[in-house]
Design a protein around this ligand. Structure first.
Ligand SMILES: Nc1ncnc2c1ncn2[C@@H]1O[C@H](COP(=O)(O)OP(=O)(O)OP(=O)(O)O)[C@@H](O)[C@H]1O
Ligand SMILES: [Mg+2]
Length: 247
């Protein structure tokens, strides 16, 4: 079974097409990089794949569950880390997780496990309001892992984080994938995508314009061995932004 199957998925907002008939599969245990310019439709796609947004047309299954018809069965299979977090700032990290543990019907002992996994054990009693961005992001990952999902969706998980925390988060992702978890990753950091992803899809204006391993993409679109994934990205999605030089 594929971890994710997407057929002709489309989403309109007020008659404007944000995601335009995309199709792809993701293998179990794969890290799938989903790259594209701002506004390309990445977050919209994740929202559809996690049952938060209804597709306008097309279908998708995650771990065999239809994302529209089988949302209840889908939920325990997936974990999601979004940019806009909804943590309780006045509660400690531990209490935040215990709250969700109850919601997900997960054993309390699991809270200590996930806190340790993301390196927050020592600060677990502190209020989340006092946390740095990096700590909040690690807490969000811990929360997404509480119920041991099979597929983890990470929407720009290292955005705005220092290189140490970013590296930590990449290491966590790699480790989870090695243990068999499927990871659907969006990022604007091309080196990160190159390093982590087994395959990447590049989406532009709602359409997938390339899908392959980073190596194949660089070989196909590049001129020599120095070609980076960023070169490929710019070649496929770059356009004139209407900017003028200063005198
Ligand atoms: N709630 C909404 N209502 C109307 N339009 C929306 C809404 N959410 C997204 N859009 C539009 O849909 C398109 C895709 O947005 P989306 O957030 O999926 O892009 P993205 O690839 O995640 O971009 P970014 O890299 O900036 O996060 C954009 O044109 C955006 O303006
Ligand atoms: Mg987005």
């Amino acid at each position: 079974m594929k971890a994710i199957m997407v057929q002709d998925l489309t989403r309109d907002y007020n008659g404007q097409r944000a995601v335009d008939g995309i199709s792809f599969d993701v293998e179990p245990g794969e890290i799938f990089g989903f790259l594209g310019p701002n506004g390309a439709g990445k977050t919209t796609t994740i929202k559809m794949l996690t049952g938060q947004l209804r597709p306008t047309s097309g279908t998708a299954q995650v771990m065999g569950c239809d994302v529209v018809e089988e949302r209840q069965a889908l939920k325990p299979q997936i974990g999601v880390v979004f940019e806009n977090h909804n943590l309780y700032e006045r509660l400690s990290a531990g209490d935040n997780l215990r709250f969700y543990a109850r919601l997900y019907r997960v054993k309390k002992a699991r809270v200590e496990e996930v806190l340790a996994h993301v390196g927050l054990t020592e600060r677990a009693r502190d209020k989340v309001g006092t946390y740095s961005n990096g700590m909040k992001q690690r807490l969000l990952i811990a929360r997404a892992l509480l119920h041991k999902p099979k597929v983890l969706f990470l929407d720009e998980p290292t955005k705005g984080l220092d290189p140490n925390v970013a590296r930590d988060i990449r290491a966590i992702a790699t480790e989870l994938a090695d243990q068999g978890m499927t990871i659907f990753l969006t990022t604007h950091y091309m080196e990160e995508a190159d390093q982590l992803s087994d395959r990447v899809a590049i989406i532009d204006q709602g359409r997938i314009v390339a899908l392959d391993t980073p190596e194949h993409l660089k070989a196909e679109y590049g001129e020599d061995e120095r070609t980076t994934l960023e070169d490929v990205f710019v070649q496929l999605t770059g356009r004139y932004l209407g900017r003028e030089s200063l005198e």
